[in-house]
Write a protein that binds this ligand. Structure first.
Ligand code: FCB
Length: 479
């Protein structure tokens, strides 16, 4: 296989603003053990009693593996420019090392079908599903996993690099490292503060090494997706709140942005995390490797975080990512008595607050605070609500519709403010497996009936399609 543009698939020209939607392999594919796929840490985690709501698993998910043709037809009905999906490492290399041709062939067919219908494939290599075989050798706490990741990136590029232009190394390393290794609510379910920091550093290293390797192989659009927040002091006049917000900003944003963009860990965060062994993790040259230039930054944003430096006895939670990162006494986010008070804002079914203006603030801030950042793409934004099918089978999901439209408005305002945002991907194309929440939380703009696998475009999806069509004509649909 060569890396030259595929004769039958000339490179798609990028529109001025890319409209897309996103999924992830573990959440939609199913076929968890078909055609040679090995266990990922999520397959294994789902077997731990109590780990996933209702004992749900990933065996069938929404059967995207067998339904790519009809799912791509839906993407076309919506008028999407791009489909953000992830490849499953355990499908491509079931034991983390040896190559499974059938796994690569699946993604090759997916990419061909997308391109045939004019949809740009936007590929993410790691959306949280490490091969379980590598976890058994320490997973992301083992520096060697970063090298295995480079091999996987190289294998995937060799199969798809002739047709896929956009390569994202990692999705939300904050979640896979912290929720997986410190808090334990995500796979692999470990609760070890130092292990989480090792996971952070080794994922950064894997990102940097893979970026360099992909560049050598000819990739021209390489990036990473981070979940970023606005950490807002509950009382800006209270030094404890201001310091707590600094700490949350440090751990959720700067710990991930700064090694990549500036080639350094933020000094205050290093101090906050003293004792977790960062000095022994970082080898000479690592930070230069991690800071390999990237071509785009993916930004995932769902809600802000209002932060207080005082413990909260009320049991309320300000919609902080499922309250999961917050563990009492943790050097990460639990100390010194950090809490996330509630603002009087509407909430989604995740109990996340709805505050669209936060997206504009974040996008504008990123460009101002990090002037060397490459173009930004909103690679995830969306909302879970408890949808109810109407008698005619339609889904009148007015809340989700408003959420998406209001956030797109804010993206437009951010661009008007000077933010270099080149695209928006709604999370998610389909209802799917929402990690520890199983199938309880529906984020799709397309409903999936989990009994029959039938798909129905929700009102939010129809409105998204109208917005895309109108933006191509330079107009705006009525609301
Ligand atoms: C993000 C994940 C994505 C999905 C949304 C709701 O953190 O990247 O897979 O679960 O949240």
């Amino acid at each position: 296989m060569t890396n030259a543009p595929h004769a039958d698939h000339p490179t798609l020209a990028l529109p001025p603003f890319l409209w897309g939607s996103a999924t992830a392999a573990a959440q939609v594919e199913g076929a968890a053990h078909e055609d040679g796929k090995g266990d990922s840490i999520w397959d294994a985690f789902a077997r731990v009693p109590g780990a996933i709501a209702n004992g749900d698993d990933l065996e069938i998910a929404v059967d995207h593996y067998h339904r790519t043709t009809s799912d791509i037809a839906i993407m076309n009905e919506l008028g999407l420019d791009a489909y953000r999906f992830s490849t499953s490492w355990a499908r491509i290399a079931p034991d983390g090392r040896s190559i499974n041709r059938a796994g690569l062939d699946f993604y090759s067919r997916l990419v061909d079908q997308l391109l045939e219908t004019g949809i740009l494939p936007w590929l993410t290599l790691y959306h949280w599903d490490l091969p379980q075989a590598l976890e058994e050798h320490g997973g992301w706490t083992n520096r060697d996993t970063a090298l295995r990741f480079v091999d996987y990136a190289e294998t995937t590029y060799a199969a798809l690099g002739d047709r896929v232009q956009h390569w994202t190394t990692f999705n939300e390393p904050f979640c896979s490292a912290l929720l997986g290794y410190a808090v334990g609510v995500h796979a692999p379910g470990r609760r070890d503060e130092a292990a989480a920091l090792a996971a952070v550093h080794h994922q950064h290293l894997a990102h940097g090494l893979a970026t360099t390797r992909l560049r050598e192989l000819g990739a021209q659009q390489i990036g990473i997706t981070l979940n970023l927040t606005n950490a807002i002091p509950a009382n800006p006049a209270d030094p404890a709140d201001v310091d707590a917000a600094r700490r949350v900003d440090g751990i959720m944003n700067r710990l991930f942005l700064e090694p990549i963009v500036l080639g350094a860990y933020p000094a205050d965060v290093v101090e906050d995390l003293a004792g977790l062994g960062l000095d022994t993790l970082v080898h000479d040259g690592d930070l230069a490797t991690i800071a390999a230039p990237i071509d785009f930054l993916g930004v995932n944003h769902y809600h802000d975080d209002l932060v207080s430096g005082h413990p909260d006895d009320s049991g309320a939670d300000g919609g902080h990512s499922g309250a999961t990162e917050r563990e009492a006494g943790s050097p990460w986010l639990g100390s010194p008595g950090i809490s996330f008070p509630s603002r009087e804002l509407p909430r989604t079914a995740m109990d996340w607050e709805v505050h669209p203006a936060g997206l504009r603030t974040l996008l504008v801030r990123l460009g101002r605070e990090y002037p060397t950042l490459p173009p930004l793409y909103v690679t995830e934004n969306g909302a879970a609500y408890d949808d109810v099918a109407a008698e005619d089978g339609r889904i009148h999901d007015v809340d989700r519709d408003a959420f998406i439209q209001d956030h797109i408005d804010q993206v437009e305002l951010a661009i008007a403010d000077g933010a270099d945002v080149r695209g928006y991907f709604v999370w998610s194309l389909l209802d799917n497996f929402e990690w520890a929440y199983g199938y309880d939380k529906r984020f799709g703009i397309v409903r999936v009936d989990y009994q029959t696998q039938e798909r129905t475009i929700k009102d939010s999806g129809l409105a998204y399609a109208r917005r895309i069509a109108a933006s191509r004509e330079g107009s705006r649909p009525g609301r």
